[in-house]
Design a binder for this molecule. Sequence first.
Ligand code: FES
Length: 170
Amino acid sequence: MSSATKEDFKPFNIDLWKYDGQKRALIPLLQSAQDTYGYISEKAIDYISHVTGIAAADIYGVVTFYAQFRTKPLGRYVVKVCNGTACHVNGAKMISDTIVDELNIDYEETSEDHSFSMLSVACVGCCSLAPVVVINDETYGRLTAPKLRKILRKYKQRAKKELQNSEGQA
Ligand code: FES
């Protein structure tokens, strides 16, 4: 078990010490880490190992076993394609094809410059707007391929500017 203390994990910002010693808490803890950070970092594994008493190597084994867990961070913009029933029958495939073509990434992939990731999600709750895409916190509905391309190009421009700014600051 790690010699880390609660203090070491303060920046981690998940107060789940109530699960102390509970091995059963492993999956909820991993889900919580992924919900918070978008992926499961080494630091998160260290934290969870400390909380549950499960060896980090064993936790890593669980993380890599389940497809739902990611070990790499998501891009700056996360493009979630709704694949619920209404969106599925109203063109989710056209949506994903357009994203693949425009951003050069497929489901569960992140662009090389870390600007975009693409995920498939279940119904996001606005079926009357199908087909729907959620980019970070913005929802876009009644999409057609040209409409989506226009939106994605706007994000590409924004991401390019942000990259240039962060390179300028480095
Ligand atoms: S199925 Fe896509 S919003 Fe409900």
